[in-house]
Design a protein around this ligand. Structure first.
Ligand SMILES: [Zn+2]
Length: 112
């Protein structure tokens, strides 16, 4: 269902409060008012503004935490694979991969 025009105006106002800027040029598709938010241009008529507002703020802390979790999981999986692997070249491949995971883990900023 298409949101009402009134809701769109409200959403656009919300975006502006969050730091979006209204653009002078209208949308090329439908002539709607455009806003610029976090380096991207959105049309207040045809873009889904509510999903933009719902998007979680990305922070270095959250990305680092996710990356650490994923890398540790992968490292653990590779370790289990390595333990079972009898083939030399495959072991070498796994060790190379694990070295990369490990290096990246070491490069992550330490927990504050
Ligand atoms: Zn548009």
């Amino acid at each position: 269902m298409e949101p009402l025009q009134q809701d769109r105006v409200k959403l656009a106002a919300q975006l502006v409060r969050k730091g979006a800027t209204m653009l002078a040029e209208p949308c090329q598709k439908d002539g709607g008012v455009q806003v610029r938010y976090h380096g991207k241009t959105y049309c207040t008529t045809h873009d889904d503004l509510s999903s933009i507002l719902e998007t979680k703020e990305v922070s270095m802390d959250s990305v680092t935490a996710d990356l650490r979790r994923v890398l540790l999981t992968k490292l653990n999986e590779s370790l289990a694979q390595l333990e079972r692997e009898a083939d030399g070249p495959k072991q070498e491949q796994l060790v190379t991969l694990m070295t990369k995971y490990f290096d990246l883990l070491q490069k992550l900023p330490s927990k504050t």
